[in-house]
Structures are given as C-alpha cells and as structure tokens.
Design a protein around this ligand. Structure first.
Ligand code: ZN
Length: 153
C-alpha cells in the first residue's frame, strides 16, 4: 500500500494531484486517527463504495496492513450493501473546498475493524455525495476540477 497522510495531496494516479486529497491511505508503521464514526456515515460510505465511479481503474488487490495473517476480508456486508475491498478507489467531492477526496475501498475495513476515524470534512462530503455515476455526481466532480477528458494521443 502507498502511504499518504490524511488530507495530503495524492499523486498516486500520476495526475490530478492538485485536486485530489488522500483519505485512508494507511500503511503499517504510521498511526491514524481513531474514534467513533456514526452508522449513518458508515452506511453512506458503503453505498458509495458498492459501485464506485473511478476516472481510472488500477488492477491489483491491496491487503490490509493491520490484519496480521489474513490481510482482511475481500468483501464487507452492511445492511443490504455488499462492497468488495482492496481494489477500488472512491472519489468524493468536497462540500466547500475545490478538491476531491480519494479513498481506497479498504477505508471501510479500517473504520469497521481498526477504529479508524476519517477527517470530519471527509465524513461531511460522504453524507453530501450524490449517488455514484449520477448526473449530479459527475457534475460535482467536474466542478471541483477533476477533468476526465482523455489525454491527446
Ligand atoms: Zn485489517
């Protein structure tokens, strides 16, 4: 796993680093904020993660660095939502700032199993986020400056 401190610019995708802010890019040896997270926020996060829109899909499964032997479960179920963990990334437009938060799908596992508490601005953005792939969502993503036009050539 690549490590970024929460809310730091994320250059993992080779572009958009001026817009993307990392949330939940943990690695063993680095500590993270812990604390309560409401069921409402977790439920909203799981719904977004069930079918995440991604400007680029990267192959490869990332194991959880904190699950000592198993690397964590490959999928999570909460209420009527099932989410596969370890490959997808979630892009969530910020409420006010002109940035888009990007979180690995492992974030749901970190919250569920390792007491992780994501930054308040991210939790607000998750509650505000329109349905993935909806017109309202894509419009917001574009407004925040995450251009998905294909590079020339
Ligand atoms: Zn784990």
């Amino acid at each position: 796993m690549v490590y970024y401190p929460d809310l730091s610019p994320c250059n993992y995708f080779g572009r958009w680093q001026e817009v993307l802010r990392a949330v939940g890019w943990h690695e063993s040896g680095h500590s993270f904020a812990t604390g309560p997270v409401s069921k409402e926020v977790f439920g909203a996060l799981m719904r977004l993660l069930s079918n995440p829109w991604q400007p680029v899909a990267l192959a490869g499964h990332q194991p959880c660095p904190y699950c000592r032997f198993t690397g964590g479960a490959a999928s999570l179920q909460f209420e009527d939502v099932e989410v596969s963990v370890g490959a997808n990334n979630l892009f969530v437009p910020a409420r006010d700032e002109a940035v888009v938060y990007v979180a690995p799908s492992l974030i749901a596992h970190y919250i569920d199993a390792h007491d992780y508490c994501p930054p308040a601005v991210f939790q607000e953005a998750v509650l505000d986020c329109p349905e993935m792939r909806s017109f309202a969502y894509l419009k917001k993503i574009k407004e925040k400056g995450l251009s998905v036009a294909r590079p020339a050539g």
